[in-house]
Ligand binder design. Sequence first.
Ligand SMILES: *Cc1c(COP(=O)(O)O)cnc(C)c1O
Length: 359
Amino acid sequence: MTLPGQAVLRIDLGAVAANWRDLRDRHGAPVAGVVKADGYGLGAAAVARALREAGCGTFFVAHLSEGLALRQALGAGAAVAVLNGFPPGADGGAGLLPVLNHLGDIAAHAAAAAGAARPAILHLDTGMSRLGLDAREQALLAEEPARLRGLDLRFVMTHLACGDEPAHPLNARQRDRFTAAAARIAPGVPRSLANSSGIFLGADFRSDLARPGCAIYGINPVPGRPNPMRQVARVEAEVLQLRDVPAGDTVGYGASWTAPGPRRIATVAAGYADGYLRALSGRSLGMLHGRAVPLVGRVSMDLTTFDVTDVPQARPGNRLLLIGGEGNTPDDIAARCGTIGYEVMTALGRRYARSYEGA
Ligand SMILES: *Cc1c(COP(=O)(O)O)cnc(C)c1O
């Protein structure tokens, strides 16, 4: 239910499922669903259910808390992997798959395996230098494979640092390091390589399980080229008031914008607390009655102001499209304030009425 004045986050689950199927077909091999950070801000439970309907059987989250919540939402059956890992038993029997990121993780989970082998995913760092076994640990493990005893490795994985830059030499270097290390350390174990952008690097980057996130949610996995994915998210906020501002008056905090002539200003009920980033102040636009309207003045916590002088039909109670639509996608919004669509989406706040459509 949407309360009066509440902003609405519309999520097209039909587009989520269509994007996932499209990625699976392009990959030509199995594809997981990455639903960390609450499904990139759109609701991990709803997104994961839609993906499951579409045929997705493996999900990745970042934090243990996210894995536990997802297990509740999906029930038994789906594989739920936790990228940041967790200590043995910390999932309380929820059957989550730990991603083992260093030798200490391996030792702990192997030691806890009493009898039945413990399912897990092994993460090899091939150039990200963030999580995963580094080169020294990989060499040790290749020499002492007994360290893996007691573990049932479902996948061996690595993560590309520059998948969205097809010409970057690190892509091939990471792939080659991964192929060599996986063969030495985990022969015969299925491999997981590409994220969204990696799928678009072509057959050389195919593996037994791709791990797309952003492209499922409509973020462009091939920056600089036309976005092949369907848009998923729209944000609408209500016009609370309209006012006529005379020439020379200013709007908002810091008096950062001065009306160059008589202007009609719409104040809408969403701001940076809703993830409409303050850095967009004076450099974004919304859509009202099908027309682009410029954001004027500063974005404040709960309110944002737009110049709707050219939209005579504007009325209080109208919904202004803050994010979404042609030329105003999360990627477009991000480009205006020096960030990426991922951050725009994961910043979306908790005050929205989330409306799931097209399921
Ligand atoms: C976030 C993440 C992904 C998904 O990346 P996208 O660029 O959103 O497709 C895949 N693998 C790992 C390890 C990640 O952290």
